[in-house]
Design a protein around this ligand. Structure first.
Ligand code: HEM
Length: 90
């Protein structure tokens, strides 16, 4: 059974359930995206594919962008919540 991955870097607090859901979604979206890219190569080898095949990687890529940016921001958001505000590095 998968217990999820610690996202936050904290050893005392488990990662909230929704952050694990975002990570799992990102994982499976990456597979969907990869399949659409492979399908593009396969279909294109036989000639010009229909437009829906050409553009099929875009919806999963768009969702990957949002879930990826969300995962990128999570550790910083957690730190800001703990310390109050982002610090200027100097
Ligand atoms: C489109 C913009 C994307 C952004 C901004 C993005 C961002 C991220 C971030 C921040 C992480 C977490 C890294 C960490 O563990 O700290 C991640 C993980 C990952 N990304 Fe992306 N990503 C993008 C697209 C993709 C694409 C195109 C693929 C593959 C086709 C992909 C596959 C993965 C996988 C497999 C993981 C690991 C997930 C896990 O830990 O279970 N990502 N990505």
């Amino acid at each position: 059974m998968c217990h999820g991955i610690e996202l936050t870097g904290s050893r005392t607090e488990p990662a909230p359930r929704w952050t694990l859901w975002v990570r799992q979604s990102h994982r499976w979206l990456s597979m969907a995206f990869t399949l659409t890219v492979v399908a593009n190569f396969v279909v294109r080898a036989r000639g010009e594919p229909p437009a829906w095949v050409t553009y099929s990687p875009l919806p999963p890529l768009f969702l990957l962008l949002f879930s990826g940016l969300c995962m990128f921001a999570l550790p910083y958001a957690k730190r800001w919540r703990r310390t109050g505000a982002p610090r200027a590095s100097a």
